[in-house]
Ligand binder design. Structure first.
Ligand SMILES: [Zn+2]
Length: 254
């Protein structure tokens, strides 16, 4: 059966006065109706082949509030992905939490980054720096701080994950490399490379990336055996991967 006329399958729902577009995808192998809001704010309804549009419409109407909230949340996240200016009031992630940045200029104290009372404090010793120089200085202090934290946290998580991976002999070496599209990699020699930006994510997501790379020591590819092994040592990996992917733009923003 072809359905040229409805190929785009775009529909609309109202939440109060707000108009939300949604797509319908009918699938032979889907058994019940599912509504998903994607990070790019697309609303997609997956339904069994024989579901009527009237039933779909009434289902999305019932969940209109929930859908609207999710669209708003993703829209807000997106608007947060602005170029960083490295000024007080901006936020920085660390281990899945968001911290407000507080820049001080105090010659009496060392130039340093410190997590203190829920804020990420950066102290500069030179107050007379121009705005641009100042931002560059704050960025370099923060980069350093993240590198140090990443080294310590990744090492701790690697040690915590090793008991699950009995095919790994000894403690693999890892190095940090800032990457735009990857959280980690593993060489044929079994050396890991981890993205320092990953330290902005919750610990469980860090564990997922480390376990993923450790599984490559046994299976150097993304074969079925690889995914089976990963599922064995971390049954919930898919949810963690989705969580990490949905935040990637924010964690990689610098
Ligand atoms: Zn992989």
């Amino acid at each position: 059966m072809t359905d040229r006329g409805t190929a785009k399958n775009s529909h609309r729902l109202y939440y109060g006065e707000k108009l939300i577009d949604y797509e319908v995808v009918r699938k032979a192998n889907s058994r019940k109706l599912r509504i998903k809001v994607h990070p790019d704010q697309r609303v997609v309804v997956t339904a069994p082949m024989d579901t009527t549009q009237a039933f779909i419409q009434s289902s999305v109407n019932k969940k209109a509030g929930w859908i609207w909230q999710h669209v708003q949340d993703f829209a807000k996240q997106k608007s947060d992905v602005l170029p960083k200016r490295y000024i007080s009031g901006e936020t920085q992630f660390y281990l899945g939490r968001r911290y407000v940045l507080k820049i001080t200029a105090d010659d009496q104290r060392p130039e340093a980054v410190k997590l203190y009372r829920g804020k990420l404090n950066v102290n500069l010793s030179l107050e007379q720096l121009e705005t641009q120089e100042r931002a560059a200085k704050v960025k370099s202090l923060l980069d350093n701080w993240y590198q140090q934290k990443a080294k310590a946290v990744f090492y701790e998580r690697l040690l915590a994950m090793l008991p699950k991976t009995d095919w790994v002999k000894g403690t693999p070496a890892f190095r940090l490399l800032s990457m735009k599209k990857q959280w980690g990699s593993c060489s044929t020699q079994g050396n890991l490379v981890l993205n320092p930006h990953l330290v902005k994510a919750p610990k469980e997501c860090i564990d997922y990336v480390i376990l993923h790379e450790l599984c490559h020591i046994a299976e150097y590819n993304h074969s079925e055996q690889f995914w089976r092994l990963l599922t064995q040592v971390m049954p919930q990996w898919k949810a963690l991967k989705t969580q990490l992917d949905s935040m990637a733009e924010l964690y990689l923003n610098e």
